[in-house]
Design a protein around this ligand. Structure first.
Ligand code: AHR
Length: 685
């Protein structure tokens, strides 16, 4: 019995031992399965790609031009009127195609003919129309005008507003009561002005007042009081918080966004607006300077360009003209780059041409512009600039002839311009158009011709899908060096297709542009300048999307594309140095794109890395030629795991730069790049 029990115990113990062994085996098996699963599925998604990026900080490849990253301004999408030009009154001079557009008569005029649009015709060809009003004794304060503003007027509580009007009256007792009203018709600020008998003279009267509430969609009423006739023109309302506090100036928040980018240049005034639908509507800089009531308004070509986005109230008042553009460039530390008409209207529209034997006035405009910008106050045009308040020259260094023009007709005209300009001003660099597309027959033809002409700068435009930007990050690797330089004058990744209303400023487009821009930066000996286009869009008045900065009457948002541009621009450095994987430029291996510069002024090394894949990657960056780096690098990252992410008025910082630090051990950084991320790594050397 005892033996039997002993045997049983032995069997029991053996069985336990067996169970423990098999449990251990099963545990091991489980661990192995987990490990293998991690290996297969998890690790590749989390930091498994370990490329070795070598940055050779002491091997200078090219100089980054101070102009490298700039901005392209065009009056499109209500960019100027209704945008950076802070005037709140729409159709202030009654010169729109429909003279009372934007205006409504308030109350019931006593007799037919109490409100008449008059046309001075030859007496004032720049500003022919005005409004002639007859007031009657018993219409006190019950007759008036309302101006709706540009999709309303953005009014800010406690801010001062400057009202002014040019008027002429035969009576001594005319009063105008100005009031701002919100959407409910409630008064949110008011003032009054009075006019004595001015006889035949026009007189400017003005008054300032403080708003008592904020609203994005106010409008302005003018109530009339008195007996007699009153002529009014140039009815104006400006906020006091303009850029640099200049009366009649620009919307400060919009200009601040540009200043924050520290752009190397500002191109103006466009774009197709330079060419015009036909030659009569081309941009003529001489008509945009001097007293603002003498700047002849024209229809904005974007008014009717797209039947799917008509903007019938879009005109160019030129309150913002060439003097103001030059001043703006100076304010934000950017080189001015005006583009002039080459004697050709937009080839997508009328395609009108100036006959060669009538090109002289166009060329003269170009020569006079150089004198306006650079001549001293003893010259004819320099004196006009000085008279406008800028005695010192603007020191313009470059100028464009023609926007998106193509074909032999362009080359023929361009040669004549070039000869005349270079003969008189050999140091002015000229920007020449390579047409509308970055490839194809038209591009190839112009590219050849312009290079034969030894063009200073060739303006390339690309509005393409994000995939194109990724696939073409190496575009400039094999471009000819030491000849004509490239100005990538207009580019933007299109989430749908060019001129589609469905294009979004989403992260997919912005990260593709960032990847492409590493290729531009790497080839800074070829690419001297680049600018995203278009720049601004008003949420209630746009024609073209995508756009870099969106506004409504009170708010402003930088798109992810804006932040990409800004990060490149404020980190442009002075010299390109190699950033390599396996001795090769980084342009798509494992969806990585990278470039590096040193900044000789701050003694920093700046590395830009785009991870265009949906997987997190940890890559080692080895710094060569850095004698003594700090122990940490500042990493500024733009990232979103969702390519469709965008910024909006309610979430303006959805995709915005975030700062962190990465340790530098020895000469190595282990950089974790989140899925779909763009990182700028700044190292003090
Ligand atoms: O940026 C919008 C338009 O695109 C520009 O006016 C024109 O140059 C291009 O076709």
């Amino acid at each position: 019995m005892i033996n039997q029990n002993k045997n049983m115990r032995k069997i029991f113990l053996n069985r336990n031992k067996y169970l423990r062994i098999s449990e251990t085996i099963r545990l091991w098996q489980f661990c192995i399965v987990i490990f293998v699963t991690c290996l297969i599925y998890v690790f590749p998604a989390y930091g498994q790609t370990t490329n070795l990026i070598t940055v050779k900080a002491n091997e200078i490849k090219a100089t980054v031009q101070p102009t490298m990253w700039g901005v392209f301004f065009e009056d499109i999408n209500m960019g100027a009127d209704g945008g950076i030009y802070a005037e709140l009154v729409k159709n202030r001079s009654f010169e729109f195609f429909k003279p009372m557009m934007g205006w409504t008569i308030l109350g019931k005029p006593l007799t037919e003919g109490d409100f008449l649009i008059m046309n001075r015709q030859k007496m004032d060809t720049a500003n022919p129309r005005f409004l002639h009003i007859t007031l009657h004794k018993n219409s006190k304060g019950s007759i008036g005008l309302n101006n709706e503003g540009f999709r309303g007027m953005g009014i800010k509580n406690t801010l001062g507003y400057d009202f002014s009007v040019l008027c002429r009256t035969s009576s001594d007792n005319i009063k105008m009561h100005i009031e701002l009203v919100n959407g409910n018709g409630e008064n949110i600020g008011s003032t009054s002005v009075a006019s004595t008998n001015t006889g035949d003279e026009w007189k400017k009267i003005s008054a300032s007042f403080i708003a008592t509430a904020s609203t994005p969609k106010a409008s302005m009423n003018i109530w009339f009081e008195g007996d007699g006739t009153l002529d009014i023109d140039m009815v104006s309302l400006f906020p006091k918080d303009t850029w640099k506090g200049r009366p009649g100036g620009m919307r400060a928040d919009m200009i601040q966004m540009l200043a924050d980018m520290k752009p190397g240049f500002i191109r103006f005034p466009g774009g197709c607006i330079v060419e015009g639908f036909d030659l009569s509507q081309r941009y003529q800089w001489k008509k945009t300077i001097g007293p603002i009531d003498q700047r002849q308004l024209i229809i904005n070509r974007w008014n009717f360009e797209f039947t799917h986005r008509p903007t019938p109230d879009y005109f160019q008042t030129f309150g913002l003209g060439f003097f103001e553009y030059f001043q703006l460039a100076e304010d934000i530390g950017a080189e001015p780059l005006p583009i002039l008409n080459a004697g050709m209207a937009c080839q997508f529209n009328s395609a009108e041409l100036v006959p060669i034997n009538q090109l002289d006035p166009y060329i003269q405009d170009a020569l006079d512009l150089i004198e306006f910008a650079n001549g001293d106050s003893t010259t004819r045009w320099g004196k006009i600039r000085a008279g406008m308040g800028h005695p010192t020259p603007f020191n313009m260094k470059m100028m464009g002839v023609g926007n998106e023009n193509w074909g032999p007709q362009y080359v023929e005209r361009l040669k004549i311009f070039t000869k005349a300009i270079k003969e008189k001003y050999p140091n002015i660099k000229l920007v020449n158009s390579s047409g509308t597309d970055p490839n194809g027959e038209r591009f190839d033809y112009l590219n050849d011709e312009l290079r034969k002409m030894n063009a200073d700068l060739i303006d390339e435009h690309y509005y393409r899908r994000p995939e194109w930007f990724l696939a073409n990050a190496n575009r400039y690797d094999n471009y000819p060096r030491n000849t004509s330089k490239i100005f990538a004058g207009e580019y933007a990744a299109q989430s749908d297709k060019t001129v589609s209303v469905n294009n979004k400023n989403n992260w997919q487009t912005a990260i593709a542009e960032a990847a492409f821009m590493t290729g531009m930066e790497r080839n800074a000996d070829v690419v001297s300048m680049a600018s995203y286009a278009p720049l601004f869009a008003h949420a209630d008045g746009w024609q073209w999307t995508p756009d870099m900065i969106w506004v409504n009457n009170l708010q402003i948002i930088g798109t992810p594309n804006y932040y990409v541009q800004k990060l490149f621009s404020i980190n442009k450095g002075t010299n390109v140095v190699p950033a390599l994987i396996d001795g090769k430029a980084i342009e798509g291996k494992d969806s990585l794109y990278a470039s590096a510069v040193i900044d000789k002024i701050t003694n920093d090394l700046v590395i830009k890395v785009v991870n265009a894949s949906g997987k997190e990657q940890t890559n080692s960056i080895v710094l060569e030629g850095v004698k003594k780096a700090t122990s940490q690098a500042l990493v500024t990252t733009l990232q979103s795991g969702d390519l469709d992410s965008a910024n909006s008025f309610s979430a303006p910082q959805n995709v915005a730069p975030k700062e962190s630090f990465a340790a530098i051990k020895g000469n190595k950084i282990n950089l974790t790049s989140l899925p779909y991320s763009f990182s700028v790594i700044r190292i003090k050397m």
